[in-house]
Design a protein around this ligand. Structure first.
Ligand SMILES: Nc1ncnc2c1ncn2[C@@H]1O[C@H](COP(=O)(O)OP(=O)(O)OP(=O)(O)O)[C@@H](O)[C@H]1O
Length: 323
C-alpha cells in the first residue's frame, strides 16, 4: 500500500439552505483497501459518496476537502469540467440500479469502449472494443463477445451489474465507490458479485468504498468499516473489531437489528448479544432519557452526537420514539 491514501475526505460538511445534512466527516481509504460505509437510511452515506463523485444536487453546499490520488486539486469546489476528467478515470461508481446508469439504446460493449475512448486510455475504437470484451471476461460474464453486442434490456440484473462493474473498472480507477450494488440481486447472484468486486479491486489495488445497509455484506467484502449516524461518522475500525466489540450504541443497535452472525476472536461465527451495559433496556432505552425528549416524553429531534457520554453512549431513540 502506498503512503498517501487513494481517497482522503477531511471535514466534509454538506448542507441545504443552511441546514446541515452531513457534518465533519473525515476518513481515508488506502490503495487496495476495502472500506464499508454503513448506517440507516438517511444517515448521509449516499450524499457523502455523491460529494466525492461530484454528483451532488445543485442545492447542496459542500465544504471541507476531498482528495483522490493522482489528482492535484481538491474535489470540493471543483468545476464540472474538472470532474468530467476525473470521473470514470481516477474514480468510478457502481449504483444499485444499473438500468438507470446504462444507456438503453447502446450495445453494452460500446458503452465500456466509450468510457475508455473519452478518457483516451485506448488509442482507437477497435482496441477499446477488444478491451471491453476482455473486461467482460474478467467480470465473469459468459460469452463476453456475445454480451458485448447485447443491449442492456437483453441482460439479466446480475449481468447488467457486471457490465456496470466493467464500465467502472475500464480505466483502472484509483477509487471505486459501490452504492448498494447488490441490493436488487437475489442471494446467490449477490454473493458472486461481492466476490467479484472483492477480487477485482484486490488484483488492481483499487481503493473500495462500499456503501450498504447490510452488515453481512460488509463482513463478507470489507476490511474496515465506517458507521454513519445522523450525518456523522460515529465509529470506524477493522470490521472484525467493530462487529465483535462495537463501541458506539448506534453500532450495537445496527448489529442487534441485523441477522448478522459475527465472528468471535477465534474466528468462529456467533450471534451478537443485544445488551448494552449502562443503557437500561437498550435498544429502546436511552441514556439521555431526560435530555433528548420533550415534555410529552417524545424524542424531540435527532440528538446532537457531540453529546456522547464518557462511555461513548449517545441517544439511541429513533425520532418520535418514546423514552
Ligand atoms: N437534495 C437534497 N435536499 C435536501 N435534503 C437532502 C437532499 N439529498 C439528501 N437529503 C437528505 O440528506 C440526508 C442524507 O441522505 P442520504 O441519501 O445521503 O442518506 P443515505 O444514508 O444514503 O440513505 P439511503 O440508505 O436511504 O440511501 C437525508 O435526510 C436526506 O433526506
Amino acid at each position: 500500500m502506498s503512503a498517501d491514501p487513494a481517497l482522503a475526505v477531511e471535514g466534509l460538511e454538506l448542507s441545504v439552505g443552511g441546514i446541515g445534512l452531513v457534518g465533519g466527516v473525515s476518513f481515508a481509504v488506502a490503495a487496495g483497501e476495502r472500506v464499508g460505509l454503513i448506517g440507516e437510511s438517511g444517515s448521509g452515506k449516499s450524499l457523502t459518496a455523491t460529494a466525492v463523485m461530484g454528483l451532488l444536487p445543485e442545492e447542496v453546499r459542500a465544504s471541507g476537502s476531498v482528495r483522490v490520488s493522482g489528482v492535484d486539486h481538491d474535489l470540493v469546489g471543483a468545476s464540472e469540467k474538472q470532474f468530467a476528467r476525473i470521473r470514470g478515470r481516477r474514480m468510478a461508481m457502481v449504483f444499485q440500479e444499473p438500468m438507470t446508469a446504462l444507456n438503453p439504446s447502446m450495445r453494452v460493449g460500446d458503452q465500456v469502449a466509450e468510457v475508455m475512448l473519452v478518457h483516451g486510455t485506448r488509442p482507437d475504437k477497435a482496441t477499446a472494443r477488444a478491451a471491453a470484451v476482455d473486461l467482460f471476461g474478467q467480470v465473469r460474464l459468459p460469452e463476453p463477445r456475445e454480451i458485448a453486442r447485447a443491449y442492456p434490456h437483453q441482460l439479466s440484473g446480475g449481468q447488467r451489474q457486471r457490465v456496470m462493474l466493467a464500465i467502472a473498472l475500464a480505466n483502472d480507477p484509483a477509487v471505486l465507490i459501490c452504492d448498494e450494488p447488490t441490493t436488487a440481486l437475489d442471494v446467490t447472484v449477490q454473493a458472486r458479485m461481492l466476490e467479484l468486486i472483492r477480487t477485482a479491486t484486490e488484483e488492481r489495488g483499487t481503493a473500495l468504498l462500499f456503501i450498504t445497509h447490510d452488515l453481512a455484506v460488509v463482513a463478507q467484502t470489507c476490511e474496515r468499516v465506517l458507521v454513519m449516524y445522523g450525518g456523522r461518522l460515529v465509529e470506524s475500525g477493522p470490521v472484525r473489531e467493530v462487529f465483535t466489540a462495537p463501541r458506539h450504541p448506534y453500532t450495537r443497535g445496527l448489529l442487534d437489528a441485523s441477522d448478522l452472525e459475527a465472528v468471535d476472536e477465534r474466528g468462529r461465527l456467533r450471534t451478537i448479544p443485544g445488551a448494552v451495559p449502562g443503557a437500561g433496556d437498550f435498544p429502546g432505552g436511552c441514556v439521555f432519557r431526560n435530555r433528548c425528549t420533550d415534555a410529552s416524553g417524545q424524542c424531540a429531534e435527532v440528538p446532537d452526537l457531540s453529546e456522547v457520554d464518557d462511555r461513548g453512549f449517545a441517544c439511541w431513540h429513533p425520532v418520535g420514539g418514546r423514552a
